[in-house]
Design a protein around this ligand. Structure first.
Ligand code: TYD
Length: 205
């Protein structure tokens, strides 16, 4: 693969979108081809799956159904968009990837890591991010920020305990993959956070 695959992770409300916009602008100004995409979503089929997953009316959805739908959305995304772009040498910035399934479906929902990794083995098809930036903010602060922005979706509406477990899941991932996952202190102001991001990305460009 000739391209560069950057994934962005964090608990809900960590401020990923703003930072993704700034990073995209920075990379574009350097004259590089960059694609911004997201999960769940990123292709027409994956976006349809996203609507089903996040729909507040789908409260009966079982945890395993949810995990499989995230993986299905990811499989289509990798196959249709991420893999071809990397083969063409493009830079991909992906808002969430498989680490989200470990933090949310495994650490918070309680499905075993073995099952989540197994399902996702087929979805990622050997593709993993070259670098993952994890935006660290306390779960309380994150949900407070989200509430100020819009009405909460099915996942965001989960109780505080759920968000705490997601947070713990990310702390576990940081320890497991220190080479790939880099912690960004997302409690700081926008430009401070952007500079932390550049510290890691600049040397990879
Ligand atoms: P989104 O609105 O994109 O949230 P955010 O702006 O916080 O990224 O909604 C995606 C939600 O789906 C978010 O709550 C995290 C969750 N999610 C999972 O539970 N598992 C996954 O594998 C992915 C990709 C996301």
């Amino acid at each position: 693969m000739k391209g560069l695959f950057i994934s962005i992770e964090g608990t809900d409300g960590a401020g990923k979108s703003t930072q993704i916009d700034l990073l995209k602008k920075y990379i574009t100004e350097k004259g590089r081809d960059v694609i911004v995409t997201r999960e769940p979503g990123g292709t027409p089929i994956s976006e349809k799956i996203r609507e089903i997953i996040l729909d507040n009316n789908n409260s009966e959805m079982s945890y395993i159904t949810e995990a499989l739908l995230y993986a299905a959305s990811r499989a289509q995304h990798v196959n249709e968009k991420i893999k071809p772009a990397l083969m063409e040498g493009k830079i991909i910035i992906c808002d969430r990837f498989v680490d989200s399934s470990i933090a949310y479906q495994c650490a918070a929902r309680g499905i075993s890591r073995e099952i989540i990794e197994d399902i996702n083995k087929y979805a990622i098809d050997g593709i993993m991010p070259d670098i993952t930036l994890y935006f660290d903010i306390t779960p309380e602060e994150g949900i407070k920020r989200k509430k100020n922005m819009h009405t909460l979706d099915r996942i965001e509406q989960e109780k505080q305990d759920f968000h705490n477990k997601v947070y713990e899941g990310y702390q576990m991932l940081l320890k497991l993959y220190p080479e790939r996952i880099k912690r960004i202190d997302a409690s700081k102001d926008i430009y401070d956070v952007h500079n932390q991001v550049l510290k890691y990305i600049d040397c990879m460009l």
